[in-house]
Design a protein around this ligand. Structure first.
Ligand code: URA
Length: 209
């Protein structure tokens, strides 16, 4: 049984084996729904898997669902999600032309930061998610996604705005990190940096098309 409270080497290996067996997004979602021993599941209302178009070239990965997301079972539908939608619209896209998910599939109680054990429980599924979608471009939304997906220890202020790579499972996907919209709601001055990041994303999409 997988336990987010005690996810050690064997359990993490089990999570990876379960995720690796999933050959489709439906199978991955079903595996998460069936996963046992995840304490976040006992406090969450819904699994928050993904939204948008998995065939789209652009995949966003945020942190963890908040209250609205937990209630509706969809990522980024609360206040920060509405801002993310407006930012995505600034490059002429919407949820039908991008795909959105999170590093954590259930809401941490009270919106606290996910623990390392909760991250460890979800990461094999996040990585399989990326491998199944195979986007042309990945966008890490906020600190947690940026650090993990880039494999770096610096904070988002240093990591954002520079193109890097997501290299795992034989994939090499261009990745850019940007500030989280929840942070922008607290500190709107940072919107100018996000604007630059999204111009860079639009240029990269154009170059790849
Ligand atoms: N913040 C996130 O990182 N993800 C969501 O789905 C909502 C808020």
């Amino acid at each position: 049984m997988l336990s987010s409270a005690s996810l050690g080497g064997k359990e993490a290996g089990d999570a990876r084996a379960i995720a690796a067996r999933c050959q489709s997004l439906d199978a991955l979602k079903a595996a998460l729904e069936a996963l046992e021993g995840i304490s976040l599941k006992t406090t969450a209302t819904n699994l928050v898997f993904a939204d948008g178009n998995p065939e789209a070239p652009l995949m966003f990965i945020g942190e963890a669902p908040g209250r609205e997301e937990d209630l509706r079972g969809l990522p980024f539908v609360g206040p920060s999600g509405q801002l993310l939608d407006r930012i995505i619209a600034s490059i002429g896209r919407d949820r039908s032309s991008c795909y959105i998910t999170n590093m954590i599939f259930w809401r941490p109680p009270g919106n606290r930061e996910p623990t390392p054990q909760e991250m460890a429980a979800c990461i094999p599924f996040v990585e399989r998610h990326i491998a199944l979608v195979r986007p042309e471009i990945l966008v890490a939304v906020g600190n947690i996604a940026a650090k993990h997906l880039l494999g770096r220890s610096e904070g988002i202020t240093r990591l954002r705005g520079k193109w890097g790579h997501y290299r795992r499972d034989g994939l090499d996907i261009p990745l850019i990190a940007t500030f989280h919209p929840a942070g922008l709601l607290r500190n709107p001055l940072n919107k100018r940096y996000v604007w630059r990041d999204f111009l860079s994303i639009a240029e990269k999409l154009e170059a790849l098309s």
